[in-house]
Ligand binder design. Structure first.
Ligand code: UT7
Length: 325
């Protein structure tokens, strides 16, 4: 019996023009290229121009994804934007992108799960598409974290950057076996007891200001590998697949040491990890679709490949999505 599957039809990404290298940062705070490279694998990050907003970055990525999919914007009836740096407190930045794309039907909303945002948004779109409620979704991750960084705090400002990535996902009749293209399984998790390990110290209801990112990096690091590998194992189990069957591991790009540690723990070969954190730092919800787009466009990810995405972020939130490309 055939069933609806959410099939990724195209992807796109965008990085702002301005590049800030580790060397540039060493002139702003007491840090060095050596420290940042060794501890994180990051060499540079991109910074949005003053007049460039999260919606602008997301819009370029969305247009590129639609072009790649060869699907007109008018076919899209669902836009889910993962972001923690919206243009305004409300309306949802997704509605700005919807209007800019000339779409006046369907639904558009933001999802806020910090660095896990893209995985949350993709899993949400998958449920809507599989239920038949929507037919074609734009799932976008777009962030301007440079706006919520404390540029005097070397423990955080060296880690993050701005960027956007997007995928077009459409419902298609497909068989149920893992050989069929599309999203095979996903798992989302959160545990709010850890919300003070990575947070922003402001907000409309508390300080009436946007606030700045605060993080206990060591604590985040301590939880990352075990939480991520746990949810990956659960997702593979639901799909009835083994880790050896994964062709490409496209993780949230936070820190190379976390990626290497996770791959080691789940028994994945290092050459299967897509690593782009060196080029753009941690772009929160944008990092997975950015990495995905880079690996698709350079020919690594090909049709039929089994792709595993995962992320962990503030909340804590974490999750994984398994896709047959
Ligand atoms: O999506 C999730 C987002 N969050 C993350 O991915 C963060 C996860 N955590 C990490 O990646 C790591 O904890 C960091 C990269 C943030 C820090 O690495 P660490 O090995 O855990 O360093 P640490 O915080 O234990 O600090 C070690 C030393 C300290 O100096 P002392 O006390 O030993 O003298 C820090 O003050 O490094 C110092 N330090 C720096 N030195 C140069 C902290 N930041 C910097 C810096 N440059 N930028």
């Amino acid at each position: 019996m055939s069933k609806l599957r959410s099939v990724i039809k195209g992807c796109g990404s965008y990085l702002p023009e301005k590049v800030l290298t580790n060397h540039d940062l060493s002139k702003i705070v007491d840090t060095s290229d050596e420290w940042i490279s060794e501890r994180t694998g990051i060499h540079q990050r991109h910074i949005a121009a003053d007049d460039e907003y999260t919606s602008d970055l997301g819009l370029v990525a969305a247009r590129r994804a639609l072009e790649d999919a060869d699907i007109p914007a008018s076919d899209v009836d669902l836009i889910i934007l993962a972001t923690s740096t919206p243009d305004q407190t409300f309306p949802a930045t997704a509605t700005t992108i919807q209007a800019e794309l000339g779409i006046h039907e369907g639904a558009a909303f933001d999802v806020q799960a910090v660095c896990s945002g893209f995985v949350y948004a993709l899993a949400t779109a998958d449920s809507f598409l599989k239920s038949g409620q929507h037919k074609c979704a734009l799932v976008i991750g777009s962030e301007t974290f440079s706006r919520i960084l404390d540029w005097t705090d070397r423990g955080t400002c060296v880690l993050f950057g701005d960027g956007a990535g997007a995928v077009v996902v459409c419902a298609e009749e497909a068989g149920e076996t893992p050989d069929n293209e599309g999203i095979i399984a996903s798992r989302l998790r959160s545990d709010g007891r850890y919300r003070d390990k990575l947070y922003v110290d402001g907000g409309p209801s508390t300080t009436q200001s946007a606030g700045y990112l605060r993080m206990n990096g060591r604590e985040v690091f301590r939880h990352a590998v075990s939480k991520i590998s746990g949810v990956i194992e659960e997702t593979l189990e639901i799909a009835g697949l083994d880790v050896e069957e994964i062709d490409w591991f496209v993780p949230h790009q936070a820190n190379k040491r976390i990626l290497d540690g996770t791959a080691r723990k789940i028994g994945l070969l290092p050459e299967k990890i897509v690593i782009t954190v060196d080029k753009h730092g941690n772009t929160s919800a944008a990092s997975i679709p950015l990495a995905l787009d880079i690996a698709v466009k350079d020919g690594r990810i090909k049709k039929g490949d089994l792709v595993l995405m995962e992320a962990m972020g503030g909340g804590f939130t974490w999750g994984a999505v398994l896709v047959r490309w």
